[in-house]
Design a protein. Sequence first.
Lengths: 110, 110
Amino acid sequence: MIRILEGRWKLVILFQLFGSNVRRFSELERAIPGVSQKMLIQQLRQLEQDGVVGRIVHPQVPPKVEYHLTEWGQSLCPVLDKLLSWAEAAPAEVRERLIERDMAAAAEAG
Amino acid sequence: MIRILEGRWKLVILFQLFGSNVRRFSELERAIPGVSQKMLIQQLRQLEQDGVVGRIVHPQVPPKVEYHLTEWGQSLCPVLDKLLSWAEAAPAEVRERLIERDMAAAAEAG
DNA sequence: CCGTATCCACTGTGATACTG
DNA sequence: CAGTATCACAGTGGATACGG
């Protein structure tokens, strides 16, 4: 089922890939505060296996690997957009708690 | 952000609540194979705190507690529907792997 | 019936160091 | 740059027993 989106970083990664179609490994690493190389590569591999993102290795030195959404992955974009809209339509009370959470998470990440 | 849906059982619970607006604790427990009381109550409490589901205690013996979606929670329904459609539109290869996974998970649960 | 409390195994995760 | 390997640890989740 929707196990595809399981994992703490999948959604964040996808949002990154929505913005600018193609991103390098190191770009993602910098763009996502708090993620470790290990987790990033793990989640990317899973998304790749699930056919959501594609991986292109440019054979050169230094290495260069780019990640992008597959066609199917792209079709997830409007759905996640709706999900985001829903989250933003939360009642005031809930919103405050959610924002608080995000602040705390961001603080941990530095 | 979308931490709201974090956790292995949240989505499954929500799908249960979409079908028939109101469900008792024990109904949910039976309807969701593989979930433990502990996890079920934990996830329900979080969803309640996040304002997605509501909890009604009927003061009687034996106890009776019912869970339902809040108004905001209901508005999540069409979004998850879209998400489901997306998952079902997966390429053949991916579909096979996903189904395999589900079978394995179901087997574990018994 | 609807939980809470306790214990314990396991695994997800981060830190670190290393390779091509 | 883009990973892989190893280790150590915290937290999650399951099983069980108990309580209102």
